[in-house]
Design a protein around this ligand. Sequence first.
Ligand code: CA
Length: 229
Amino acid sequence: MAPPQPTVLIVEDEPAQREVLAYNLEAEGYRVTRAENGEEALILVDEDTPDLIVLDWMLPSVSGIEICRQLKTRSETRGLPIIMLSARSEEVDRVRGLETGADDYVIKPYSVVELMARVRLQLRRTRPSTVGERLEFDDIVLDSESHKVFRGDALVKLGPTEFRLLSTFMEKPGRVWSREQLLDRVWGRDIYVDTRTVDVHIGRLRKALCAHGGEDPVRTVRGAGYALG
Ligand code: CA
């Protein structure tokens, strides 16, 4: 089972530009979804929340600016990084773009290398385990580049599913995840897995983390799910 890759939503009405962007993002290992206009983008965000949005400013009917403003005012999507694309290079537009809450702003024509670097930069902040960052929580260290986990000095042996569970927890310590949210994040939404499977793998993760002693860092939250710390 391949690890779920970060999903990037491209919102761009010009097919050629959309496809070039999709091609480059897929080549970098991202999962790509596409919207041709703002309305479609908002529906897609609800159905299949991406990890990042590349949003064109100039779109038919609802502009990218308006879409960005809407997403940044909703609590569920506020933290979703948005990179705005625009052919408009005037400084005042740039400021306006960032004022709507966009996390970054790239002027067309852009260099693919630069855009990819900016995508990575945003994901390093919001989904660090997907871009090879090293995560720490208490005495647990997870190196997503080498796929190794240490607790204190001891190497923790984890299966691929337990590794992804722990990555998810370590990206947001303290956050309570429901079993459904863990299924989406760890198994991917395209696969049908029973929620009890989550409990089985949580059990394995706990066992592995405590194999060399130490307290169980995974908290069961009755009626809600699980959290780290
Ligand atoms: Ca456009």
